[in-house]
Ligand binder design. Sequence first.
Ligand code: HEM
Ligand SMILES: *[C@@H]1O[C@H](CO)[C@@H](O)[C@H](O)[C@H]1NC(C)=O
Length: 487
Amino acid sequence: MSLLILALALSALFLLWVNGKRRRDPPLPPSPPADPIIGHLRMIPQSDQEMFFYNLGKQYGDVVYLHVLGKPMIVLNSVKAAVDLLEKRSSNYSDRPDFPIFELMGWDPTVTFLHYGKQFQTQRKLLQGYLNKNECVNYHPFQTREARVLVQNLIANPEARDGLLSRFSTAIVIRLVSGHQITSDDDYYIRMAEEVGATAANSGPPGSTAVDFFPFLKNFPSWFPGTYYARYARSVRKVVRNLHDYPHDAVQEQLKKGTARPSFLTSQLEMLNNNPGGKGVNKLEDILGAAGAMYIGGADTTSSSMSIFFLAIVIHPECQVKAQEEIDRVIGQGRLPELTDRDSLPYMECLMQESLSIFFNLLLLTQTIGVPHRSLEDDIYNDMFIPKGSVIIANIRGMTLDESMYSNPLEFNPDRFLPKDQGGLGEPFPITTFGFGRRVCPGKYLADASLWIAMASLLATTTISKVIGNDGKEITPEVVFISGIAR
Ligand code: HEM
Ligand SMILES: *[C@@H]1O[C@H](CO)[C@@H](O)[C@H](O)[C@H]1NC(C)=O
């Protein structure tokens, strides 16, 4: 019996291989040499994938073809290629690959992991209704308030920085989603969000665990080799479920008592309670899916961007001095920065953009390469054949290192973005940080404002400096990252 299965499996793989070898006209994009059958599986590293892809791009061009066990993958290393495909042809490039591990964890149906289609569009519309540019102006007051709470807490307790940064980002998302105001560090919502962040960070390299390549493994017993992450994913289902159910139950209770504050869940659940199945009324599953997507997409990303800002300032104190001079000159000593000051603080803007792009690149799910898309149709791009069903990896990090756009891209230099007549290099702000096309981050306006007001409030009131060690000398931190949902 097992010999029979083996023979069937081998012949299936052989067919895939022959299929992969078939000559195409036009040809597939350039590709490094591959192993028979398993393709580039052994080549693709489990960490620092962005640099591996970036180096491939330098060698083979900005569109590179890879395949793993017959599954095609296309790596995009330039902004132009990403915009041409993921934006200009977005109707054929907005699917997602399967994420079996996240599905097992219970992140289904959540917009981030949904295939392109009706349910995806419903949840996206729901999110855009709350997170579009105009709506987001309404959230500026509570973002500003949270930024000031952050600064006060940091001054009182600088050692607690990481916890305070995650409290900041969580407080904003929770307030928006369920109306709950976080007032202490041991708030239940913070613990819940941290637990969920940890499960996502420990779930293996997304898209590259054994279960991703052989989805049938998820049904194998837990002692079977390669099933570790599937077992882990099942063990955390309760945590993910609770993140959906707890806020729902709390808001329903408040609606009954008449104490619910305005929020995403409040208005969506109220509509659903009043008129289930009505026109324009969303299903509970989609309401909770969209809410879940805001928790998983909004918390760790924002706090890790803030951590990286601290790192950037500690390593480049001269940039802090320049930003503080600008704040003093424009705003003076009598008040704190507001989001309406943003346009009058150009250097602050450049500093934020550089810290978002040079050290950091989102990283959601796959470290530094954004969240993969998948193509829906066979396509031809610059005389290269892009097969239907390709996993499309937009290497955001590689794009910020593109020497045709950025001079000395590895150098931390906020002035690069200033116009030439103001002593800068006139290089463009990165447009890649939040992804592309119909999958572009729906939380980008919210996140962008949270980061700006937190960074500006910090620099207006405090000076970030190196820790002094026991020997009386400053400690310069090493630049080392841990990968999770965000870096
Ligand atoms: C610094 C903060 C953030 C960064 C850098 C970031 C970046 C990204 C990126 C690169 C993607 C993938 C885009 C693509 O596939 O092309 C994404 C997706 C997403 N983000 Fe964000 N994000 C941030 C904050 C937020 C916030 C605050 C929210 C919500 C409140 C959010 C919600 C989402 C959702 C729901 C998706 C999935 C969209 C889809 O699959 O259609 N993000 N984000
Ligand atoms: C998507 O693919 C279909 C089928 O190949 C093609 O007819 C259509 O023009 C494509 N759409 C875009 C925007 O490229």
